[in-house]
Design a protein around this ligand. Structure first.
Ligand SMILES: [Zn+2]
Length: 320
């Protein structure tokens, strides 16, 4: 198996640190698709998904799936923050920098700036670009495609993953320093996938996203021979106007067995906030609207004002 090196960094002692990547399939530069995960080292779902995808595509190349043919070049970086993965750290461990606040980076800057630059250079000219993240360890997100200032091609193209939720996000002030923002100035399509929560692997979400990526490769003609579902029935495009969020009115312990991806009715019980001392229920948490449960808090310890859950409606709602 060929293993290429995106960047090699010497360390004060011990061995050098390298960021490896997969370069699979036929075709010259640029790659048709570039997939990136673990800019944040504790977001393990993406690394698992991309490592498995690379293995799958290598098997396709080796002829182990006779019905499938890889038609175009695919570039996969399963873990950008290699040191973060090694130390279970979101940031780059040496200087605590957030790699997704370092773009566009610089070839002459400090380590994280050089990493950002190398990632951008390797991926920016790909026709399709996918950056995989998870939410924090405290909040579980339904696997979803996120688009930022989307072009019409991206609005339509996001449906090719076949994931239930496409979320159009209005970026915050830090967006200008992210990989997504640096990609957006280049021709092509850019997508961010948010998968579950950080800290461990949620296998059901990873399996859904693996299937979504294979579906995307099939629908774009990168991978030929994929059995595809007809149409995009069951895919919903949500803007901020479709979202209803519930915040904690009181501190306590939030406990819920509700699962993301379920359609819920307005008023349906989705969890409880207990008094941490005497165990009494002091708040019954209900769905604020009828819709899809796209995110829910998994950290029970709760302060007043923290986000508990998000439900997205099929039609834009009128809530503030
Ligand atoms: Zn992230």
């Amino acid at each position: 198996m060929t293993r290429k090196e995106l960047l090699l960094m010497t360390a004060p002692l011990r061995d050098s640190v390298e960021i490896p990547y997969h370069d699979i399939g036929p075709g010259l530069s640029p790659p048709e698709i570039a997939l990136v995960a673990a800019l944040h080292g504790d977001e393990i779902n993406g690394t698992y998904i991309l490592a498995r995808l690379a293995d799958f595509l290598r098997c396709v190349e080796a002829g182990k799936f006779p019905d499938l043919t890889l038609r175009k070049r695919v570039l996969i970086i399963p873990a950008v923050n290699v040191m973060g993965i090694n130390t279970r750290s979101r940031s780059w461990p040496f200087d605590k920098n957030d790699l997704n606040r370092m773009f566009p980076g610089s070839p002459h800057g400090e380590t994280t700036q050089r990493i950002a630059y190398a990632v951008l250079e390797a991926t920016k000219k790909a026709r399709y670009r996918v950056d995989i993240h998870s939410s924090s360890a405290d909040f579980e997100e339904l696997p979803q495609v996120r688009v930022y200032y989307p072009t019409d091609a991206e609005k339509e193209g996001a449906r090719r993953f076949g994931l239930t939720a496409i979320m159009e996000r209005r970026p915050g002030p830090v967006f200008s320093t992210t990989l997504m923002n640096s990609w957006k100035v280049w021709p092509g399509e850019s997508y961010l996938l948010t998968v579950g929560h950080a800290g461990n692997i949620q296998l059901n979400h990873c399996q859904d996203v693996f299937k979504a990526l294979v579906t995307f490769l099939g629908r774009t003609g990168i991978l030929e021979g994929v059995t595809l579902d007809e149409g995009d029935y069951g895919v919903f495009y949500f803007t901020r106007g479709h979202e209803a969020r519930v915040y904690a009115e009181q501190a306590g312990m939030f406990v819920s067995d509700s699962r993301v991806g379920r359609w819920v009715n307005k008023g349906q019980e989705l969890g409880y906030i207990y008094d941490s001392f005497n165990g009494n229920v002091h708040t019954k948490v209900e769905a604020p609207v009828t819709g899809l449960l796209t995110g829910i808090r998994r950290q029970p310890l709760l302060f007043e004002g923290e986000l508990l859950l998000r439900v997205c409606t099929k039609e834009p709602n009128t809530l503030p």
